[in-house]
Design a protein around this ligand. Structure first.
Ligand code: 2AM
Length: 192
């Protein structure tokens, strides 16, 4: 099974992002947009795992979640990996809360490593981002670049990081389907 660990996105943020995607898609760039119901903030991509590993992964997720109190994230701006000259992924960046999210991801990777679960991202620094779409080609990318540059992320695009979810990802021709296998809540205050 193909697994990853992510922070779920609240429904009101999914709705706001869906509206943003509707605007951005009018630029006509060759992008495969993420379905709003599939939006998530990946902390760790585990890739293909045996079912026997699931219980120790769940334990690592649960313990990592316990180490942080609920905190809030604010989205900042649109950007791309790798660059607008070689665009691969369009994302929504995170401003406030990015450091805490990085620490949460690092703690999670440490616990996974201790449980001898290697992550696919080994060596790559964690870059907090919400993937909005993946470029199929560069066609009309500059039109999307202009649309992205003129977009101001509203202040209301803020959300709590309240839980971690272990997802199974299944790939279909029409796109991936994610199933939550386990959810671990962050405490509202440490020591609670
Ligand atoms: P992304 O948001 O940067 O695209 C499920 O596939 C999630 O795992 C995606 O959101 C993706 O992050 C992340 N991921 C990280 N590394 C991956 C990889 N090598 N293959 C597929 N997904 C990966």
């Amino acid at each position: 099974m193909r697994l990853f660990i992510a922070v779920p996105i609240p429904p009101e943020i999914k709705t706001a992002v869906a509206e943003l995607l509707a605007v951005l898609s009018r630029a006509g760039a060759d992008v495969k947009w993420v379905r709003p119901e599939n939006l998530h903030l990946t902390l760790s991509f585990l890739g293909e795992r045996r079912i026997e590993d699931v219980s120790s992964i769940k334990t690592a997720v649960e313990r990592s979640a316990r180490e942080f109190a609920v905190f809030s994230l604010a989205f900042s701006r649109l950007g791309v990996f790798e660059s607008w000259e070689r665009p691969r992924v369009l994302w929504l960046g995170i401003e406030r809360g990015a450091n805490a999210l990085g620490e949460l991801a690092a703690g999670l990777d440490r616990r996974l490593a201790r449980a001898r679960i290697e992550t696919a991202e080994k060596g790559r620094p964690f870059a907090a981002h919400l993937t909005l779409g993946r470029f199929r080609s560069r066609r009309h990318a500059e039109r999307l670049r202009d649309a992205a540059a003129s977009f101001a992320v509203p202040r209301s695009m803020e959300m709590p990081v309240a839980s971690l979810i272990l997802y199974e990802s299944r790939l279909f021709p029409e796109g991936p389907s994610y199933t939550a296998l386990a959810e671990s809540e962050l405490p509202t205050a440490l020591g609670a």
